[in-house]
Design a protein around this ligand. Structure first.
Ligand code: UDP
Length: 253
């Protein structure tokens, strides 16, 4: 096969040029990083799981009318996506206090929040993705007023959809991060959900046991990350078999 042009390599994914103009191929790696890449590991099968889970969430969002960059799955680790111009902000939605909000504001992890809280972080690894206000976003031109309104509306819809879907399989959506991109259709621009939605970018707690089923398992050394993601995929009916066992061909005697 002809070598594809690599467009960008991130911590967990690689973007390649797509088969048609305006498309990219998004490849999910097994690399796990945390604490701004200070902690690193290869988790066999993670890329396969995230490719399927992100497809599942994005397809569901499309079905309820929330636009996304997703076009179709190509194989175990790759999906075809629309090329978008990523807005340099991470949009975080929180339902329950955990992680940085617990530290920053001294709210015990697990405290339900009075209403979903939306936060913006400026995407810059060198700065450690600092939290920013709407004032910063508007003053520095990262997004317009209209973009901000649209981003909040998208984030709320994603939160409601994902919360309901996960509640149905006994999982609490504590918080998540999305990235949003501009999709151009001639002169018309709309915002769509981009990047990925997976347990790498969500906090997911088992409702009965409180067990963590997301990247905190890796951040806090709580067990096998691929097992946690497989559990999420199984409950959602996304992947009936263990993905970690499907990543390599096995010799049959
Ligand atoms: N998150 C993410 N990428 C980042 C930062 C955060 O996907 O670069 C996700 C994280 O997994 C969690 C949510 O956004 O689901 C809120 O993260 P938080 O601000 O609590 O930061 P953390 O504790 O992950 O440093």
């Amino acid at each position: 096969m002809a070598r594809r042009k690599k467009i960008y390599e991130g911590k967990a994914k690689v973007l390649y040029e797509g088969p048609e103009p305006g498309t990219f191929v998004q490849y999910f790696k097994d690399d796990a990083t945390a604490f701004n890449a200070e902690k690193k590991a290869i988790i066999e099968g993670k890329g396969v799981l995230n490719n399927r889970l992100s497809e599942f969430f994005m397809t569901g969002l499309t079905a309820i009318g929330v636009p996304t960059h997703f076009i179709k799955r190509l194989n175990m680790r790759e999906q075809l996506i629309r090329q978008v111009e990523i807005i340099p902000l991470e949009v975080v939605v929180r339902n329950v206090a955990a992680g940085s909000i617990s530290k920053r504001l001294g709210i015990a992890e697990g405290t339900p929040l009075p209403r979903p809280i939306i936060e913006f972080y400026y995407k810059d690894d060198d700065l450690g993705d600092p939290i920013v206000s709407e004032e910063h976003i508007l003053a520095f031109g990262w997004a317009t007023h209209q973009d901000l309104d649209d981003m909040v509306a998208l984030a709320v819809r994603v939160n409601d959809f994902m919360s309901g879907l996960l509640l149905g399989v006994g999982i609490k959506l504590v918080d998540f991060k999305i990235e949003i991109g501009r999709l151009w259709d001639n002169d018309f621009m709309r915002l769509v959900v981009a990047d990925e939605i997976s347990p790498d970018s969500c906090r997911l707690w088992d409702i009965k046991t409180g067990n963590k089923l997301d990247k905190d398992v890796f951040r806090q050394d709580l067990g096998d990350l691929a097992d946690a993601y497989t559990e999420v995929a199984k409950r959602l009916g996304v992947m009936p078999t263990n993905a970690a066992q499907m990543t390599k061909p096995t010799l049959i005697n």
